[in-house]
Design a protein. Structure first.
Length: 166
């Protein structure tokens, strides 16, 4: 089947859940979360839930399990993907993947390098599949969110879900 034929089967109705992991922002000061919501809703998709949580390993894992039980199609964790001791999102999420989508992190860092140079190597952005949900871990900066959403996540969301559910 060609790529275009695959895309004809893409899932059209998608329920997103957003998790903002942060020690410094809340709903009032968060730009990235609002940006994600707007971009998702502009595409006609649904926001199932949004959470603001601390950079806490156990809480991140608990929220992911809850969102999978709630049948979120795509779960985006924003924040906690760097290399500081407080950045635990990737460490909490990655071991729970059934399958990792290696290309997401590679492409994200490649595209980031075009914008910010070699600092892109500090990002541990990743994606994977867990119980037919697609999970993304992306940096929390507005520029990183915009890049990940516009160039990768929203372009492939329906196709990724179709493939994960086959």
């Amino acid at each position: 089947m060609s790529l275009e034929e695959h895309r004809k089967h893409a899932v059209r109705e998608i329920k997103f859940s957003l998790v903002i992991t942060t020690d410094s922002r809340d709903e009032n000061s968060d730009i990235s979360g609002r940006m994600m919501k707007d971009m998702i809703e502009d595409r006609g998709y649904t926001i199932l839930s949004t959470y603001f949580i601390k950079n806490d390993f156990d809480e991140i894992q608990r929220i992911l399990q809850d969102l999978i039980r709630e049948k979120a199609d795509i779960i985006i964790f924003s924040g906690g993907t760097g290399i500081s001791s407080r950045d635990v999102t990737v460490d909490a999420i990655k071991p729970l993947f059934d399958k990792e989508l290696y290309g997401f992190g590679e492409l994200f860092r490649y595209l980031s390098m075009k914008e910010i140079g070699s600092s892109a190597l500090l990002s541990r952005a990743c994606a994977g599949v867990k119980d037919n949900s697609i999970i993304f871990c992306i940096p929390g900066s507005p520029n990183a969110v915009k890049l990940a959403m516009e160039e990768l996540i929203l372009k492939e969301a329906g196709h990724l879900l179709y493939e994960a559910r086959k």
